[in-house]
Design a protein. Structure first.
Length: 110
């Protein structure tokens, strides 16, 4: 069976899946905080605009919020797909994610 052809624009976009989301670029994705050690952060949603080793910066309609990764469960949205990620699975610098995130990648279900 042939795989569906992708448009040239889509060919440049990464294929997000529940398994590889912990290895992918997060900046630009829509995100919602499902749970947090700080209950005042639960339900915050917006677009990821920056990332450090231990935080995500989320742009809401009226302001930006810096959220710690550890102690937070995120729901990332890419198109029609949604992925739940525990912050400890992405608690790396973005450029270290592939090398250090492989243990979480291997543990995630498809």
């Amino acid at each position: 069976m042939k795989s569906p052809k992708r448009s040239p624009e889509k060919a440049l976009e990464p294929e997000y899946s529940n398994k590889n989301i912990v290895l992918q670029e997060l900046i630009g994705l829509r995100v919602r905080i499902k749970s947090s050690d700080d209950s005042s952060r639960e339900g915050i949603s917006g677009t990821v605009i920056d990332e450090t080793k231990s935080t995500l910066v989320i742009k809401k309609s009226d302001k930006t919020v810096r959220v710690p990764k550890v102690g937070t469960v995120f729901a990332f949205r890419c198109g029609r797909k949604s992925f739940i990620v525990d912050g400890k699975e992405i608690n790396f610098r973005p450029h270290e994610r592939i090398s250090k995130g492989l243990k979480f990648y291997k543990a995630r279900s498809v």
